[in-house]
Design a protein around this ligand. Sequence first.
Ligand SMILES: C[S@@+](CC[C@H](N)C(=O)[O-])C[C@H]1O[C@@H](n2cnc3c(N)ncnc32)[C@H](O)[C@@H]1O
Length: 476
Amino acid sequence: MSSRPKFEPQNNYEAITNEPLVSLDDSNWTSVLYAFADFPKEVFLTAALDLIQHPEYNSTLILRSEELSDLDHDLPTTIPKIQNHTPVRCIHRRLLPRRPGRDDPLEQLCTLYAPHDDDTPTLLVLTPLGTPLPYYHPAVAHIAFRWINTVPKRTLHVDTIPLPGTPLDTNSRLYRTSLALLDTVHRYMWGAMTNYKKRVHHDVLIPRELYQDRYIQMREKYKHLVNDWQEATDPLKHVFEDIGIATYLILLWESTYQDKPPAGFLDFGCGNGLLTHILISEGFEGEGIDLRARTSWSHYPPSTQAHLHVHAFDPFPSTPDPFLKPGIFLIGNHADELTPWVPLLATHHDACGFLNLPCCPWTFDAKFDRTSTKLYPLPDGMDKIAFSESLALGGHSSPSSGYSMYRVWLASLTQHCGWRVESEMMRIPSTRNWALVGRERVADPSATANVEDILRMVRERGIFKSRTPEGKAGEQ
Ligand SMILES: C[S@@+](CC[C@H](N)C(=O)[O-])C[C@H]1O[C@@H](n2cnc3c(N)ncnc32)[C@H](O)[C@@H]1O
């Protein structure tokens, strides 16, 4: 297809879908209009992020937007709860007006939702915070953009919860704004689709069919965990995410180690312990460690509880860390501060490999600063652009975003520690789904010395705080 399919907005909503947008509280959504959008669902996220990052393209009254936070866990409790959808990411932004004397800035939550049991966001809800709303913002409590797999043709919808008394007839301002935004998202999806092949790289290390077939079995076996959830966090997101990661790890281990990693696994910063629980239940040997025990821990069967430990990782322990053993497979599942330590410890302790899913960007003892943190030397003959491209970072953020730059830094660290860098866009319901996998040490005689140098520098800086574990382990 060489040009964008015709944009044909319509508002005879009932004719096209029986999937209205439904809140789980008592607020009512109104459908405004829709258009056919025969694009793959995977490009919705890119289009939504383009919309979030550039509000100035849609209003001459807006200067730009400033990102205040970008979370994929512990999302604000105030975001709308939508039937059959799981919130997977929330960007808190501030809209800055072009004429500050005339209009006020406005904060907004931009929440992405994936349909239950899917890993791809197809719904974006924008929620302004505070009143009165400035003139440049439509008079709504929420406005939603939603892609639906309707038959015979897929569709893109705008729904809204207008402020009381706001007209929504076809001549109203809200209708016209909705129309312009629908056109924009449609155009962005088309743009993203033409780059689609370049952007999305799933199924690099594990074939799709193998993963999906095993995932369905695992999902049936463990979906009951949603009903047993003990944490304040969203069970749908966490349970299906950890089932996906466990499935992936099991297939990776089967293909790499013919069955199991030789010295078991270490779930490094295991949090609620769910991933450890699933892997132990599947017959794997391993341990989960975290600074503090979670409510869930005491609800797992004794066979899992025996493998969850309150333990603070300390890079300079007075006695050897009992959990870091040769032949172990390290799991860094959104492990935040522990993430950069994964490849380093894997080399230092002669691990058999690791999976590292980065989330919040940390270096060894401080938050990652993209302006001052330098990449480690790159493989021979590779410049930064070629190296970044080899990582298949996906279309979730631009190459200059903090998250992308952090991933490139982490990959450079991984190969500096002597590991062949492999990466995968995992099929899990999280927008932080890009993983680094280490399975093979490259013949680099300087890798061990590189690791020692980093450890020495961290020790000399003296900033890393080895935290006191909570509870009994901290009292010993
Ligand atoms: C973002 S959470 C991820 C938890 C879990 N892996 C998940 O995906 O749900 C990061 C975890 O690392 C733990 N952590 C941070 N520093 C640690 C340290 N020095 N030793 C042990 N755990 C640590 C925190 O307590 C937290 O539970």
